[in-house]
Write a protein that binds this ligand. Structure first.
Ligand code: UTP
Length: 304
């Protein structure tokens, strides 16, 4: 039976994570801890918060850590139970009980489009959400619910867009757009994956959230390898731009962290840690002292 309601989330997590080597040699980058949770848990929690309890993860080599994280850990649970460590036991249970988790292997990581195509059997003929496993959207700035709403109202597929520094546009899929009556919604007229430096048609970059019409699957089957020899989701969406009802973008102005990038990863850890009630009150004053000491050292050096 087909439905217009979005109920399934697909989380590609099969990339090689080369920007984070050697940490990612034997472990997926999605398992890197952000404070005390792996990045992937934030992403699954975001899907669940948007009402998507059915989660399909696309995994690659080193998949075991991902599956184990969302599975029971009987020995650990027993140990915590006997110690009466209720808080940690609850934390361990939480990741197991979060969602109905499913897994499929990508085999060769031949690009994001290729990863999404692995979801075809599971998703069927329904719209679905895609959340990149290394991209964190701060829960205080919800995005996915808005995208699902826009897809429901306008039909077709919806991508999340963010204004980026034009000097970094070559690292993203970039959209050409026309405005709509909604301040945060645009209609997409063209998409290009990682345009060469200085050639980007705009500074609106695709970030790691999509609500996709199942019509994307047959396009992904036939789309030719693009940038980097990979099957690009951006190239498949470009083919759908001129097929009614087209592709829309929701412009996100909140906090987002690309945890696959080392600098962004560090920013994510610091920003989320200072806001934590259990760590922030100790961490933030230390951070301020650390920065002040660094500044003093620098001014001493300059004066010397
Ligand atoms: P990235 O381009 O950031 O992933 O893909 P990567 O190739 O692992 O990273 P680097 O550049 O080598 O460091 C964005 C998301 O798509 C997934 C990745 O796991 C990540 O969550 N992905 C990418 C796949 O699942 N399969 C692929 O073939 C490529």
């Amino acid at each position: 039976m087909t439905s217009d309601r979005v109920t399934k989330a697909v989380i590609p997590a099969a990339g090689l994570g080369t920007r984070f080597l050697p940490a990612t040699k034997a472990m997926p980058k999605e398992m890197l801890p952000v404070v005390d949770k792996p990045a992937i848990q934030y992403v699954v929690e975001e899907a669940v918060a948007a009402g998507l309890n059915d989660v399909l993860m696309i995994t690659g080599r080193n998949k075991n850590a991902l599956e184990n994280h969302f599975d029971r850990a009987t020995e650990l649970e027993y140990l915590l139970e006997t110690k009466g460590d209720i808080d940690r036991l609850a934390a361990v249970h939480h990741s197991t009980d979060l969602a109905r988790m499913h897994y499929v292997r990508q085999g060769d990581p031949r690009g994001l489009g290729h990863a999404v195509l692995r979801a075809r059997m599971h998703v069927g003929d329904e719209p679905f959400a895609v959340l990149l496993g290394d991209d964190l959207i701060d829960t205080r700035d919800p995005l996915l619910e808005r995208m699902i709403g826009v897809a429901g109202a306008r039909g077709g597929s919806v991508v999340a867009l963010m204004e980026v520094d034009p000097l970094t546009a070559h690292r993203y899929g970039i959209a050409t757009v026309v405005r709509t009556r909604d301040d945060d919604v645009v209609r997409i007229t063209g998409l290009v994956e990682k345009p060469p430096l200085g050639t980007a048609p705009s500074n609106l970059a695709i970030i790691g959230r999509y609500v996709l019409d199942p019509g994307v699957f047959p396009v992904l089957e036939t789309v030719a390898p693009g940038r980097g020899g990979e099957i690009q989701l951006t190239d498949a969406l470009q083919e759908l731009v001129h097929v009614a009802p087209g592709v829309h973008g929701v412009i996100f102005r909140g906090r987002r962290y690309d945890t696959g990038d080392r600098l962004d990863y560090l920013k994510a850890v610091v920003q989320l840690a200072v806001d934590r009630s259990d760590l922030g009150p100790d961490f933030e004053p230390w951070l301020e002292e650390f920065i002040a000491a660094r500044a003093e050292l620098r001014s001493g050096r300059v004066g010397a």
